[in-house]
Design a protein around this ligand. Structure first.
Ligand code: ZN
Length: 445
């Protein structure tokens, strides 16, 4: 679902770092049949990769490429649209009016901040709704990636707005409190508040946020439950940290994720994965998610995104002061302690996040690649892995150029992942699974 409507460039960072997601793949299968010595031709990694690529019909491939490449442009259009909306709020002095209303309602400053925030996020959600509707609803339907009719989709948007109201207020009140207390040194402490907030959201997300959108249950199907929980035990993960959820409510996408922080950390496999994939494919996916869990990616991610946030807040502080010096009066914004400056702060921070897109994507992508290798080693199912990677190719372009992958990919491309799987397979010929090699993945339409 598209949470971008919730704006707050800030929120976006941690939400993404928090749900260190998912679409991934691992594989595994402990019981490997003995190798029958064969005199078949030597295994060639590139040939094997191409054989997997050939499973996707060309028109399907073209559709996936168009969907994913369109996403590159959406990054830009989202930014441009956000700038236009924020500029409108400033120049029309609507932002100043919302502040005035908050000040009339209460003299208690933290509450003024919260009241401003509630007006802000509702107005922004309404003004950005056309773009959200196109991106999250019509475009997803056009590519056959959304199962929801308008009613349930809209319900999810409204729930998302509710979450944004509450979480945003929890962030904004202390941030503006710091600005008032610390003056020009607010940004360093502010970035620490932001990082703590990210950890807080990560901590509560699986328990209080994710269930607002999907139903989470313990694994039900015994035929997959037993091998999955066995893998979990083997890797030191408690069985009650493994869940399934009804992602089919929203789409047919195959996915899984690790979410949570500290005591709430858990692995969740989606029902599309459980329904559409074979056991080796589910195992390799599980192995990947175990990689995130065991390698402590939630914590490492927070540290790395933390650096991005500290630098971003230094830039934000500079940018806010620059904007206020030039246009503050025109906007009716009194200074940096005035909450009415928020639209400008969103512009500055969104610009920064746009610039560091390759950095944040690379932080994520390199951890995803680590999880892939963990999954290959844990599950020992390179062919299952390659099939899952092909299924992910329904919504992620399989074969980008190297710069394209560096800039836009928060997960490795299908080509990178399948190449890693086949390279692993070349050194573990006994792991070959002919059923997986032959399995046809895409029904002709
Ligand atoms: Zn992952």
């Amino acid at each position: 679902m598209d949470r971008r409507t919730l704006i707050l460039a800030a929120l976006a960072i941690f939400l993404s770092s928090v749900f260190m997601s998912a679409q991934t793949n691992p594989s595994s299968n402990p019981s490997v049949p003995p190798v029958t010595t064969q005199s078949t031709p030597a295994f060639d990694v590139n040939t094997a990769v191409e054989a997997y690529f050939a499973k996707m019909p060309p028109e399907r491939r073209a559709q996936s490429n168009a969907y994913f490449e369109g996403g590159y442009w959406l990054i830009l259009w989202d930014f441009v649209y956000t700038v236009l909306v924020m500029q409108f709020l400033l120049r029309s002095r609507w932002s100043a009016l919302m502040r005035d209303l908050a000040e009339r309602l209460t003299r208690f400053r933290p509450l003024q901040t919260a009241i401003y925030w509630i007006q802000f996020i509702i107005v922004v959600s309404v003004l950005t709704f056309p773009l959200s509707l196109y991106e999250g609803y019509f475009r997803e339907h056009k590519y056959g990636l959304l199962n929801q009719t308008f009613g349930p989709w809209m319900r999810d948007q409204l729930v998302g707005l509710g979450v944004g109201i509450v979480l945003g207020a929890i962030l904004m009140v202390p941030l503006f409190g710091l600005v008032r207390k610390l003056g020009k040194n607010w940004w360093l402490w502010g970035s620490i508040v932001m990082i703590a907030f990210a950890a807080f959201v990560a901590l509560i997300a699986p328990v209080y946020i994710a269930p607002l959108f999907n139903k989470y249950t313990t694994l039900k199907d015994a035929t997959i439950k037993d091998p999955i929980l066995s893998m979990a035990r083997a890797n030191g993960i408690p069985a009650n940290d493994v869940y399934e959820f009804d992602a089919s409510r929203q789409s047919n996408r195959v996915s899984a994720n690790v979410s949570g922080f500290a005591g709430t950390q858990r692995i969740s496999l989606n029902d599309n994965l459980l329904k559409r994939c074979t056991l080796p494919e589910i195992e390799t996916t599980m192995g990947h998610e175990m990689g995130h869990y065991v390698l402590n990616h939630a914590y490492k991610g927070l540290v790395m995104f933390g650096v991005v946030i500290v630098v971003g807040f230094a830039f934000l502080n500079w940018g806010i002061n620059y904007g206020l010096a030039h246009w503050g009066e025109q906007w009716g914004v009194r200074g940096i302690t005035d909450v009415a400056v928020l639209p400008w702060a969103v512009i500055v921070f969104s610009f920064y996040m746009l610039l560091v897109t390759p950095v944040t994507n690379s932080i994520s992508r390199t951890m995803e690649y680590e999880a892939d290798l963990y999954g290959l080693n844990a599950a020992g199912q390179p062919d299952g892995e390659a099939n899952v990677d092909m299924l992910l190719g329904e919504y992620r372009k399989l074969d980008p150029g190297p710069i394209e992958e560096f800039v836009f990919y928060d997960h490795p491309s299908g080509r990178t992942r399948i190449t890693a799987a086949m390279r692993w397979k070349a050194e573990h010929p006994q792991s070959t699974n002919e059923d997986e090699v032959k399995r046809s993945l895409f029904e002709p339409k």
